[in-house]
Design a protein around this ligand. Structure first.
Ligand code: ADP
Ligand code: CIR
Length: 355
């Protein structure tokens, strides 16, 4: 049971949140009824509802506003997570089961922009958690260190085009770090949504980045998730980007055991990343469509696409460049998630050309 001080804090924070305006899914689904049902619950890791919702309470401009403080949170706080998951992943119901992994045939993926007119670069990433480790807010300093050893060791086994090196954030000079961020290779530092979810403890311990010489295969260690694997390159060759991700992941799977849930698929810290965990994106310039951002977002939304700024989530567009990706990651296969982006981008380009 939750201790009286936490319960009191939950009650007062919830009362305040009821007065605040917010478009977040937390606001939409944390009714008094759901709150009362969950406020005294605790997971085996000792996490309470406060640990799940604290980021969204402090940041009313969140899109979502909740995180799974530990792997059990999805079960314990299902009354809140389930409707958020159903809303974000476009109709994935509490009775639905995420399909088994299916990467399809990467050679069947068409090029996004054969004339090289609109697409600047293409990126596909996935997220993985390591089995038997908790998530950020419940991780000790030793967990961060142990995960970094496991992941950097596994990455060392990659060879050929995939061969690269792991660079811990600890000891990296600020200029190098900033250049990697500016070039879209490295995660940013000081994300307030993650900080307020207590996902940045012991920073920079255990955090780091792996990349090959060409910086076309990258991996992030212990940022939002234990591991992110990223394949990216200039231009619109989605097939090549996707194939590289599959090759690297297949090799890593031989050495690392990843957390997978019977119903939810691969487990991640943020409910938006569950299931396939795939975010396939392009950096794209569509000057006519982008003239009216609200309209652009509405059209993209009709193809289940999400629009982000040039530096990713919660950033603005720079020089007319947008990051457009598949929004849902659950209730469909990896191949379908990828093609959702591919097909949607083809439609957006058609629309741009007809304007
Ligand atoms: P994610 O959680 O998917 O990694 P973010 O929105 O945090 O997403 O973005 C991470 C980084 O990846 C940012 O620097 C962003 O600009 C970069 N990025 C995303 N898509 C592309 C792309 N198609 N080409 C180049 N950089 C990209
Ligand atoms: C928010 O609610 O805006 C942040 N907590 C981020 C949510 C989405 N995160 C993601 O797609 N990885």
């Amino acid at each position: 049971k939750v201790d009286p001080a936490t319960l009191q804090k939950l009650e007062s924070e919830f009362a305040k949140f009821c007065e605040v305006e917010s478009k977040s899914l937390l606001k939409k689904y944390l009714s008094r009824e759901v709150f009362d049902k969950l406020k005294t619950k605790k997971t085996r890791f000792g996490s309470s509802l406060l640990d799940v919702i604290q980021s969204g309470l402090k940041n009313p401009d969140s899109g979502v506003g909740l995180y799974a403080c530990d792997p059990e949170a999805y079960q314990t706080f299902a009354a809140l997570f389930d409707p958020v998951i159903e809303d974000y992943h476009r109709g994935f119901k509490p009775t639905d089961v995420h399909p088994p992994p299916n990467w399809g045939d990467p050679s069947k993926v068409p090029s996004l922009d054969p004339q090289n007119k609109y697409v600047i670069s293409t990126r596909v990433r996935c997220a993985r958690s390591l089995e038997n480790f908790p998530f950020n807010p419940t991780m000790t300093k030793q967990h961060y260190i142990d995960i970094q050893v496991k992941i950097s060791t596994a990455l060392k086994a990659l060879d050929g085009e995939l061969k690269g090196q792991y660079y811990p954030l600890e000891g990296m000079d600020k200029t190098t770090q900033q250049k990697l961020i500016d070039d879209h290779f490295l995660f940013k530092e000081g994300d307030r949504f993650l900080q307020d979810a207590r996902a940045c403890e012991f920073w920079p311990t255990g955090r780091g980045i792996f990349y090959n010489d060409a910086k076309t295969l990258l991996s992030w260690c212990n940022e939002e998730d234990h591991m992110r694997l990223i394949s990216m390159q200039k231009g619109g060759d989605l097939s090549a980007v996707y194939k590289r991700l599959i090759d690297a992941l297949t090799k890593l799977e031989r050495q690392l055991k990843f957390s997978k849930h019977d119903r939810l698929g691969f487990l991640t810290f943020c409910p938006t990343n569950l299931g396939t965990t795939i975010r396939a994106s392009v950096h794209i310039k569509l000057p006519k469509l982008a003239q009216d951002l609200a309209k652009f977002e509405e059209i993209a939304g009709a193809y289940n696409l999400q629009v982000r700024g040039t530096r990713g989530e919660h950033s603005e567009s720079e020089g007319g460049v947008y990051d457009v990706s598949n929004k849902r990651r659950m209730g469909l296969t990896e191949f379908e998630a990828l093609m959702e982006m591919g097909n949607g981008i083809a439609e957006l380009i058609k629309k741009e050309e007809s304007m």
